[in-house]
Design a protein around this ligand. Structure first.
Ligand code: C2E
Ligand code: CA
Ligand code: CA
Ligand code: CA
Length: 279
């Protein structure tokens, strides 16, 4: 009886803190305070595994919250979506990365494509295309230096608005990537309907290299799928030499993961990658 009682209490406490945390996060989102309170971006390089050349950059959100400590995007992105503040947060994030891009252009004459994660809510919005183009112009970023990464396909498959937003973006040279490919929505029909430039292989399959032969078989078929579709390919979550070698062997050259680098603060990213390689 004692045991059950304490379990209940523990559960209760955990729920309470989760709800409290959520309330604090929501408040800061609503007041717009996140922009002053520790929200920032980090950048992870995407490299050509055959020669180590920088081919792209993924932008990831971070939030060092003054009261709650370092928040994971797995915690605050869903709250931002739910509370309708994801738009404001993404625009703020775009301003942060585009300002880096602008600085890099002035300093180095250019930079590789910058990818940003975009949720389905934003794409299903009439204003999306106009907002993105306005921001690109504001920071003088050529549209072909920008990439949209999309995860939740099942939520947008039936939306003409999403389709038209993506078409318009692509007509300007903006690239569209499928994030977490192979997990979540399992159908492939959207590959025929949706304009896609790049496939990002989910790290679940990469983690199976050398351990789960079925993962290796799936990786090989994703490589030929991408070839058949004429899509670029990136494997994410590459952590070991063995994983890298396997991927290169089967023809996947695009590599992202801790093996090369974790996401880095912009300053550190610039020092390490921008001085040396330009594409
Ligand atoms: P994602 O888009 O799949 O991003 C990749 C995640 O894997 C990142 O986690 C990254 O830090 C992590 N990662 C990179 N290399 C490795 C590796 O070698 N091994 C392992 N185990 N992990 C690796 P992070 O930064 O915690 O982001 C989590 C998710 O939150 C992202 O998954 C993305 O879906 C979402 N997210 C992050 N920032 C944003 C944002 O600005 N907007 C939106 N809508 N979503 C975001
Ligand atoms: Ca991503
Ligand atoms: Ca991913
Ligand atoms: Ca993910």
């Amino acid at each position: 009886k004692m045991k059950r009682g304490s379990c209940y209490l523990l559960f209760h406490d955990e729920m309470k803190t989760r709800i409290e945390r959520k309330r604090v996060i929501e408040d800061d989102l609503f007041s717009g305070d996140f922009m002053k309170k520790g929200f920032h971006c980090v950048l992870q390089p995407q490299l050509d595994g055959t020669n180590g050349r920088l081919i792209g950059i993924e932008t990831l959100s971070r939030w060092n919250h003054p009261e709650l400590g370092a928040l994971s995007p797995y915690e605050f992105i869903p709250i931002a979506e739910e509370s309708g503040k994801i738009r404001e947060m993404t625009i703020h994030l775009l301003n942060l990365v585009f300002s880096e891009g602008k600085r890099w252009t002035d300093k180095y004459g250019g930079f590789p494509r910058l990818a940003v994660n975009v949720t389905s809510h934003l794409l299903d919005d009439k204003a999306f295309y106009g907002t993105v183009m306005r921001m690109l112009r504001k920071w003088k970023i050529p549209p072909d230096r920008f990439e949209i990464e999309i995860t939740e396909w099942k939520e947008i498959l039936n939306s003409d608005l999403v389709l038209s937003n993506l078409r318009k973006c692509r007509s300007q040279g903006i690239s569209v990537a499928i994030d977490d490919f192979g997990t979540g929505f399992s159908g492939l029909s959207y590959l025929t309907n949706f304009p896609v430039d790049k496939i990002k292989i989910d790290r679940f399959f990469v983690a199976g290299i050398g351990m789960i032969s079925k993962s290796e078989a799936i990786l090989k078929s994703i490589v030929s799928l991408a070839e058949g579709l004429g899509c670029e390919l990136i494997a994410e979550g590459v952590e070991t030499e063995e994983q890298l070698q396997f991927l290169l062997e089967i023809g996947c050259r695009g590599i992202q993961g801790y093996y090369f680098d974790a996401p880095l603060p912009p300053q550190q990213f610039e020092e390490k990658y921008m001085n040396t390689s330009l594409s």
